[in-house]
Ligand binder design. Structure first.
Ligand code: NAG
Ligand code: NAG
Ligand code: NAG
Ligand code: NAG
Length: 333
């Protein structure tokens, strides 16, 4: 009796005890996620190259394709998968989260990209990775671009990144122009192929991350509240001659920026999805208005990679605030 109540007390204490703060380690720790699923070629190539570059990388990504889920936060509703995962790589009835049998740094989770960040940061790192501090969250490279404010909230790749940033984890969203939804096991013969787009993107991610860590101070790789959105052009054998795209510092809004809209299609009786330019996407309200937009850089120029800085302080500018406040003033008496 005594033993069992002591045990109960111990268990209760353990359950209630807050996790100790994450520990800094000498090796740099990266949480890698995406929205195309843990079995996509782009993320596996990036995992391989970040590891080869000496980072401690833990991949935690959705079991299934989660494109367009934005910042939605969905976690498993059952301990076992209720449908096959992407490419049938995990199957209905398998556990809803787990890792590769031969690599416990490669995890899937039956949730959205934003929830995968939380699963990695709140569960995998504390429980299995010595509770080390996550220095950076890398999301992507996505299969397909994520350009302009029209895609910022919509993209699961960027959704994972802004969820990381508001948790205090610096994050970069990478998107590639290659849109092939590829299964990594089908591409193993190309893992050394220098003209294979996923390999070119992976090396570019490593260059970018190396540069951030080279300049990082004690306060981390990016200022608080700040994230970065990177979009790669078509490269390698999917391009005419682009093997080493040039980095261009860009902004989210501006020329050529689009957002999704719909048009009725009489022959199908349904709606077609359409990309449309609209004025608010073109207007510069915040940031450096002299920078080219990321959409212009990707759509109108060739062999260039856009790099835009975003903030998760979603408050409007003081001027915008003042205008709205003036409209509403009588309500605040
Ligand atoms: C769920 O998965 C576990 C582990 O594979 C297995 O032991 C269990 O039988 C599964 N449960 C169901 C209801 O499929
Ligand atoms: C991968 O290869 C298999 C076998 O050739 C094929 O059936 C499947 O469609 C391929 N999957 C992708 C995503 O390319
Ligand atoms: C392709 O790139 C090479 C190396 O930069 C350059 O010499 C060549 O002119 C380019 N070809 C075309 C068609 O752009
Ligand atoms: C309507 O849908 C059909 C079938 O997807 C497509 O071939 C056609 O181009 C669409 N029409 C327009 C006007 O977009």
């Amino acid at each position: 009796m005594k033993f069992s109540s002591l045990l109960t007390a111990l268990v209760a204490t353990a359950a209630a005890a807050p996790l100790s703060p994450a520990k800094r380690s000498t090796q740099k720790n990266i949480l890698l996620t995406n929205d195309d699923g843990w079995a996509a070629t782009n993320i596996r190539a990036t995992y391989r190259e970040l590891k080869a570059a000496g980072y401690n990388v833990v991949l935690v990504a959705p079991a299934s394709q989660r494109l367009g889920f934005g910042g939605q936060f969905q976690i498993p509703t059952s301990p076992n998968l209720t449908a096959d995962g992407e490419f049938g790589y995990v199957k209905k009835g398998d556990p809803s989260w787990g890792h590769e049998a031969d690599d416990d740094d490669v995890w899937y989770f039956d949730g959205t990209p934003a929830a995968c960040v939380a699963f990695g940061a709140d569960y995998v790192f504390p429980k299995f990775k010595g509770n080390v501090l996550i220095d950076l969250v890398v999301s992507g490279p996505n299969e397909g671009t994520n350009l302009s404010p029209g895609y910022f909230t919509l993209s699961g790749t960027i959704g994972a990144a802004y969820n990381a940033v508001y948790r205090g984890l610096p994050s970069i969203a990478f998107s590639g122009s290659n849109s092939a939804n590829a299964f990594f096991k089908n591409d193993t013969s190309r893992s050394d192929d220098a003209s294979f787009p996923p390999n070119i993107y992976a090396h570019k991610v490593v260059d970018f991350v190396n540069q951030l860590f080279a300049r990082a101070g004690d306060n981390g790789v990016l200022p608080i509240s700040t994230g970065v959105n990177v979009n790669f052009p078509l490269v390698g054998d999917e391009s005419t001659n682009c093997t080493d795209p040039q980095w261009v510092f860009t902004r989210l809004s501006g020329a050529a920026s689009t957002g999704p809209s719909i048009q009725f299609n009489a022959s199908t009786g349904l709606f077609d999805w359409e990309d449309k330019v609209s004025t608010p996407l073109l207007v510069c309200v915040e940031g450096d208005c002299s920078l080219p937009s990321e959409a212009f850089t990707l759509y109108k120029e060739s062999c260039k990679t856009s790099v835009s800085v975003f903030s998760v302080d979603y408050d409007a500018t003081k001027q915008q605030e003042q205008v709205v406040k003036t409209f509403l003033n009588p309500l605040f008496k």
